[in-house]
Every structure is written in C-alpha cells, then in structure tokens.
Design a protein around this ligand. Structure first.
Ligand code: DGP
Ligand code: NA
Ligand code: NA
Length: 213
C-alpha cells in the first residue's frame, strides 16, 4: 500500500501601506511570533536590494541614478520575478511567507506617475502568485506627522505618499482578500490582530491551490 504524504501549503501574506506605517516592525514581529508557535515561516522585503537588479533599484531610490518610468517599473517587477521560483517552491513545501510590499506597491507607485496607465502597470505582474491575504496598514496623517520623519529617498515626499495612500485605500475596498489595519494603535495591539487573521488564513489555505495574477 502506497501512503501518499500530502504537504499542506503555506500562506502568502503581504503587508502594504505608506512609508512609516510600521510595516517592517510588524512583519518582523509576526515572523518571530509564528516561529515561536512552531510554524514554518519566512519574512521577506521587496525590493530585494541585494541582487544585481536590486542594486539598480537602490540607486534609483537614492536618486543617484535616473531611469525612465517604464524601465524602473519593469525592474521592480523583475525583482519580484527573480525571487518567485524560490517563494513558490517554499510555499508548496508548507512554508508561510510574510512579505513587506509586493505587486500592489509596484502598481501604485508607478501608476500615480503621469502617462503610466494602470492597465500597463499591471501587465508584467501577470503570472505572479496572488497573496492569500494582504494587510493595508493605515495611519492618520496627524499620527504620521508625529513619527520620525521621512528619509531622503525618491518617493519619501508627502505629495507622493498622499496619492499612494488614496490608491491603496481604494484597492482595499475593492479586493476581498485585503484587510484594513488601524496602525494608529499600539504596536502590540496591531500585532495581535494581524496574528489572529494570519492564523486563520494559514488554516484556511492548507488544501487550496495557490492563485495567480
Ligand atoms: P522599502 O524598502 O519597503 O522602504 O521600499 C522602498 C521604496 O520603494 C518605497 O518608497 C516604496 C518603493 N517601492 C516598493 N516597491 C515598489 C515597486 O514595485 N515599484 C515602485 N515604483 N516603487 C516601489
Ligand atoms: Na521606505
Ligand atoms: Na498615471
């Protein structure tokens, strides 16, 4: 008799939000907590600045290089594609991934630029795995102004962040796998609520196939 081992897949969880909304802090804590609970989990942050493409992106963000809007858009997407083989394999082997920024940042940060249509921006993302759950961390403008200031990277300007915030909010109301998170609350409260949602999703996706854009 052949006993077939069925490996339950891991969940693909994405955290989006404006700069300084606490994404990185929450991602780090979530990975720690899930590990403590004995779950297989990995944290990751896009853009991955360590690859050859990532180094060009890093220079672009630091404004030490300039590229056309189309070219940088495709590089950010390529930076996700170059990690995809590893992520997909790992998900099917049962590891949950918590990813700080993904396709949605790609679409939003590019499509707010002049002459960059939403449809064109979405095209190269087609075929990437769809997150099982996407959190949108939202912070009131007033609370945001109390947090440590912006750095001096290309997009760290209030008029850009305002447009980004509006477009993310709009996406969040339209997509049923998105969850709005009130990130004005203390770090621990935000963490606890995100954790509960993630645990439910990990349980729920076990026997469901990964979806693709
Ligand atoms: P982070 O390392 O998470 O702080 O991201 C760096 C910056 O890059 C941030 O301002 C958001 C922006 N960004 C992240 N992903 C993308 C993307 O896919 N496309 C574009 N145009 N910008 C992105
Ligand atoms: Na940032
Ligand atoms: Na546009």
């Amino acid at each position: 008799q052949i006993v077939k081992m069925i490996v339950k897949r891991g969940a693909l969880i994405v955290v989006e939000g404006v700069d300084r909304s606490g994404k990185s802090t929450q991602c780090k804590k979530l990975v720690e907590t899930l590990k403590e609970k004995g779950l297989n989990v990995k944290g990751f942050n896009f853009p991955d600045r360590t690859t050859a493409i990532g180094k060009v992106i890093d220079e672009y963000l630091k404004e030490s290089t300039s590229l056309s809007d189309e070219v940088i858009h495709l590089l950010f997407t390529a930076n996700r594609w170059e990690k995809m083989h590893e992520i997909k394999k790992s998900l099917t082997e049962g590891t949950t991934w918590i990813i700080d920024r993904y396709t949605y940042s790609g679409i939003v940060f590019s499509s707010i630029k002049k002459n960059m249509s939403l449809e064109w921006c979405k095209m190269p993302e087609s075929g990437l795995p769809k997150p099982d759950l996407t959190f949108l961390l939202m912070v009131d403008d007033e609370a945001l102004s109390q947090r440590p200031g912006f750095g001096n990277e290309r997009y760290e300007k209030s008029e850009i962040q305002k447009k980004v915030k509006e477009m993310f909010s709009d996406m969040c109301t339209k997509e049923d796998t998105w969850k709005l998170v009130d990130a004005n609350k203390p770090i621990k409260d935000v963490h606890d609520s995100m954790l509960q949602d993630i645990l439910k999703v990990i349980e729920g996706v076990k026997n469901r196939d990964l979806q693709y854009f």
